[in-house]
Design a protein around this ligand. Structure first.
Ligand code: ADP
Ligand code: MG
Ligand code: MG
Length: 228
């Protein structure tokens, strides 16, 4: 049932301590959000979890048979076009997809397989449309771990809702980085909060209300400022 087991993890880049003493267990089916300011280390933690970076100290153990689908706009950058071409394909219309309920496929079909979209030159798609296709492709790909690093960028409201539904129905594990607090609240059931600027990182299990966490933190910060 274990997907990731992190013990006493330290990691620094160029003198910047990104993670210190982190302990974290991710179990199959968990929907874990990583939230916090830009540059606080969310993407770095994902790379540590996936074994793409080596910890300075401590351990990051992975479960067996992980099939990862990874969405990161920045990382995919240049091969996005090919990925989109793969997704809309060459006339293939095979919608037999492991484990996904029929109505989920219908959502995707609405977008992926409408004739004008299939034939639209990839270069003519907007950023949001490309993201939408990328996400649809990830949902079509059989996986048991979905890593979404800022998936909601440029998405319209309808697509956002579609993605929420997909993630709520997704049977595997989800790692989600997002600055959209409402989205995080609707999707995640636990949360790692990065405070940035060298502050302690914190894991909140079974967390369902990121918005109130932020409010609470802001209240504390304001109190600190008043006291100074
Ligand atoms: P986030 O995803 O939370 O925005 P990152 O994990 O991408 O943050 O980055 C955390 C910090 O590490 C930032 O200060 C970033 O500039 C720095 N950083 C990330 N990757 C590298 C790298 N390859 N070399 C040097 N610094 C890096
Ligand atoms: Mg990032
Ligand atoms: Mg929730």
């Amino acid at each position: 049932k274990m997907v990731f087991e992190v013990t006493d993890l330290d990691y620094a880049i160029g003198g910047n301590q990104i993670v210190k003493g982190l302990n974290l267990n991710v179990l199959r089916g968990d929907k874990l959000a990583l939230v916090g300011p830009n540059g606080s280390g969310k993407s770095t933690l994902i790379k540590l979890l996936l074994g793409e970076l080596t910890p300075d100290k401590g351990n990051c153990k992975q479960g067996t048979n992980l099939e990862v689908a990874y969405f990161d706009q920045h990382r995919h950058g240049l091969d996005l076009e090919q990925t989109v071409i793969d997704a809309v394909g060459d006339g293939k219309r095979d919608l037999m997809v492991n484990g996904h309920p029929r109505h989920v496929i219908s959502y995707l079909q609405d977008y992926l397989f409408s004739p004008e979209r299939v034939n639209a030159p990839v270069k003519s798609l907007s950023g949001g449309e490309k993201n939408r296709l990328m996400l649809a492709k990830l949902m079509l790909k059989p996986s048991n771990l979905l890593v979404l690093d800022e998936p909601t960028n440029d998405l319209d409201v309808e697509t956002l809702e579609m993605l929420e539904t997909l993630l709520n129905e997704y049977a595997g594990t989800v790692l989600l980085v997002s600055h959209d607090r409402e989205f995080v609240d609707n999707v995640a059931n636990s949360c790692v909060v990065f405070e940035g600027e060298g502050f302690l990182r914190e894991f909140i299990g079974g967390f369902t209300d990121v918005e109130s966490w932020y409010k609470d933190q802001n209240a504390k910060r304001q109190q600190v400022i008043k006291d100074e």
